[in-house]
Design a protein around this ligand. Structure first.
Ligand code: AMP
Length: 295
């Protein structure tokens, strides 16, 4: 058990630098706030592996499209301080938009390859926003390790690619997805759904499990694997599917899947007006190497 603490709230790079002097091994958990049990799991992992744990809470405007939910994204800093403290955070870094992107700000980070399909094509500019803010946070905090959820599998791949390509001296650690008992992956955006909506949204994880089950029965044909998931989704009229796909570690689809720990089934769909994403490994029992460091 981690002793609950109240994290120090810091809002500027100067305060952050002062608070991190002699911080020992630093772990960073970047978030957009409205913290839940999934975020807590990342913070606990950082606590176990670091001397100082920094949680950033920043709703990054650059990763939202013009018609996305930036203005209504849920926020509750008081609650976030409680959740972060209970999970073992020492510092909560909560910069304003003008601190992160002051007048004259002109730099954008674009990662190629893994950022292009799936979320990259459905949400143009999204991963530029993510890569830019993550690189800034890594620069501001200078952590030994930074923790990201497998819930956002493609984001994890984009961050790993960027860190490798730009020689950022931080280890990226992936943490498995935390779910409701129904199977629904925890997400701050679940708060847009009614309790009934949340129950019905669990169909996405059931579809992923159906694809996993087909793979464990020996199915290797990607189209048939997809169909196993589509059959499940067909039973829920609220699902407006964006994609359901099986990809390798490079985020590319192949006709036949490889028996590889990086092969993953990913889904994105709109339900009740809320865009939800989820994913599972196709073979959960294969030892993970996850592109592979840090998981
Ligand atoms: P967000 O606040 O949604 O940007 O998420 C911040 C971090 O928490 C990201 O690395 C997410 O992948 C991770 N995360 C979000 N939901 C979950 C979850 N259900 N389980 C594990 N990690 C999660």
């Amino acid at each position: 058990m981690t002793a609950p603490r109240t994290p120090s709230l810091v809002t500027t790079p100067e305060e952050l630098r002062a608070a991190l002097a002699d911080g020992g091994r630093v772990g960073l958990v970047p978030t957009m706030g409205y913290l839940h049990e999934g975020h807590a799991r990342l913070i606990e992992r950082a606590r176990a592996e670091s001397d100082t744990v920094v949680v950033s809470v920043f709703v990054n405007p650059r990763q939202f499209g013009p018609r996305e939910d930036l203005s209504r994204y849920p926020r509750d800093l008081t609650r976030d301080l409680g959740v972060a403290g209970a999970a073992g955070a020492d510092l909560l870094f909560h910069p304003g938009v003008e601190v992160m992107y002051p007048p004259g700000y002109a730099t954008n980070v674009t990662v190629g390859g893994v950022s292009e399909p799936l979320e990259g094509s459905s949400r143009p500019g999204h991963f530029d926003g993510v890569a830019t803010v993550v690189l800034k946070l890594l620069g501001l905090v200078g952590p030994d390790r930074a923790y990201f959820g497998e819930k956002d599998w493609q984001q994890l791949a984009v961050v790993r690619r960027m860190v490798r390509d730009l020689n950022v001296p931080a280890q990226i650690v992936g943490v498995p997805t935390v779910r409701e008992a129904s199977g629904l992956a925890l997400s701050s955006r679940n708060s847009y759904l009614t309790p009934e909506g949340q129950e019905r949204a669990a169909v996405l994880s059931r579809a992923l499990r159906a694809v996993q089950a087909a793979a464990s029965r020996g199915e290797r044909d990607t189209a048939r694997l997809r169909q196993a998931g589509l059959d499940v989704l067909a039973g829920e009229p609220e699902v407006s599917l964006d994609y359901l796909t099986v990809v390798g570690g490079d985020m590319a689809e192949r006709e036949r899947v490889e028996n590889d720990p990086m092969t993953r089934v990913l889904v994105a769909a709109r339900m009740f007006g809320v865009r939800l994403i989820d994913n599972l490994p196709l073979w959960p029992d294969l030892p993970r190497q996850a592109g592979g460091e840090g998981t």
